[in-house]
Write a protein that binds this ligand. Structure first.
Ligand SMILES: *Cc1c(COP(=O)(O)O)cnc(C)c1O
Length: 412
């Protein structure tokens, strides 16, 4: 057996050991699995989400409002819980609009970004009073025409494709040619068009990137966003009722990752707000976050169904896999595969005395949950925990692949 293992990512704070097992909010792994009735299983902690939002609010200026980007996790109980904690919700499809409505959330709190909005999606959003973050001049004209047909005043904002991006961002969504937003230099003309057409002008949306762990990168991006917004509204001669400044706060997934310093970001923003010009005196400022709010509050539990040795390496084969946890498998926007935080949930306090590969049950070599991880020796029937599963797990994985079906989900 190879004696050099590979490190795993840091287990988020807030998880405990109880009766030798991983526990979430006082409930052991065995109790959680019994409650759900099966594995694989996503467990989301409402207390951890509440704590995260409260800590973030304490770190940020009071004036800053917080939106939840529901694509991170749209499980109905999570969506309802989050809606009670945040100021607004960001959606990116007509399907997400349906989810928000089914959860009983007022669409006046909802903004809808995303390229390729169909006429039916624009119509539904306008009818229910959601704000459209327009991604192009063409989409703006379609929205205005649909609103006229409906006899409704649409709520319209413009998503700007900024000429800069969030440095060190996991996913680049600004800077240069992009399918997202309207190029910054064309935004003033479009803003005038919207105001002159008699729509309810809702301001600007400037998203610069995701998954940053460096507070300075976020501070720089926010300063650039504020400057760009100011230049645009001054040039257009329009007000700025709302500025969605994007998000970008990331979470530690991999060995060596450290949490982002939200206090520093809040302090810098406080200074920027204090120095703001009159143009933005009445502006509502928002940040929009997905993974930072819910990612660490979720854990994925999957049962070991086989244990085997191949060429001297130990394989723990589980009933889960990339069809639920695509990102943990290393196949969701990563170049080099690194290990997410993993543990043997049913032996959470035992010594990590062996090196094992944890794989899923799909018949593809892509289906890896941990490579050469130091773990307590585990047997068939034990349960593996993969952390950082609260965002882009169930909502971003190909659950139809190979017919294994979706995982169970519970919120505690
Ligand atoms: C995906 C997305 C988010 C959320 O990103 P996180 O990294 O989960 O915080 C926010 N805004 C927009 C426009 C997005 O596309």
């Amino acid at each position: 057996m190879s004696d050099t293992g590979k490190p795993v990512g840091p287990i988020p704070t807030g998880y405990e050991t109880r009766d030798g097992e991983l526990a979430v909010d006082g409930q052991t792994t065995s109790q959680l699995v019994e409650r759900a009735g099966r594995t694989p299983l996503f467990v989301y902690s409402s207390a951890m989400m509440s704590r995260r939002v409260a800590d973030l609010r304490a770190a940020m200026p009071e004036r800053l409002k917080i939106n939840y980007a529901i694509k991170a996790n749209s499980f109905a109980p999570v969506l309802k819980h989050m809606a009670g904690l945040v100021d607004g919700l960001d959606i990116a499809s007509g399907g997400e609009l349906d989810m928000v409505r089914a959860a009983g959330i007022d669409c006046a709190r909802v903004s809808f970004a995303g390229p390729g909005k169909r006429d039916s999606e624009l119509g539904n959003a306008i009818r229910h009073g959601a704000t459209l973050n327009l991604e192009s001049e063409g989409e703006a004209e379609r929205a205005l025409a649909i609103a006229e047909q409906l006899g409704t005043t649409p709520r319209l904002a413009i998503r700007v494709n900024p000429d800069f991006e969030l440095k060190g961002s996991g996913m680049k969504m600004g800077g240069g040619a992009k399918p997202f937003g309207v190029d910054a230099e064309r935004v003033p003309a479009l803003a005038r068009r919207i105001v002159d057409a008699g729509a309810e002008w809702r301001g600007l949306h400037i998203f610069t990137g995701s998954q940053a762990l460096d507070a300075d990168a976020v501070i720089d991006a926010q300063a650039n966003v504020l400057d760009l917004a100011q230049r645009i509204v001054e040039k257009a001669g329009v007000s700025l009722p709302k500025l969605n400044m994007g998000g970008g706060l990331g979470i530690p997934y991999f060995p060596g990752d450290t949490p982002i310093d939200a206090q520093r970001i809040g302090a810098a923003l406080d200074e920027r707000f204090a120095a703001r010009s009159d143009t933005m005196a009445d502006t509502d400022f928002f940040i929009e976050l997905g993974r930072y709010l819910v990612g660490e509050a979720g854990v994925y539990l999957t049962r070991i169904v086989d244990r085997k040795i191949s060429h001297g390496e130990t394989y723990l084969i589980t009933d889960g896999g990339l069809h639920h946890q695509l990102a943990a498998s290393g196949n969701f926007g990563t170049v080099v595969r690194r290990n997410y935080p993993v543990a043997i949930a049913t032996r959470f306090d035992e010594e990590k005395a062996e090196i094992a590969n944890v794989v899923g049950c799909l018949c593809t070599p892509l289906d890896r949950l941990a490579d050469k991880a130091h773990l307590p020796p585990a047997e068939v029937g034990d349960i593996v925990a993969v952390f950082c599963a609260g965002a882009y797990g169930a909502s971003a994985s190909p659950s139809a692949f190979l017919g294994q079906g979706p995982a169970a989900e519970i919120m505690v």
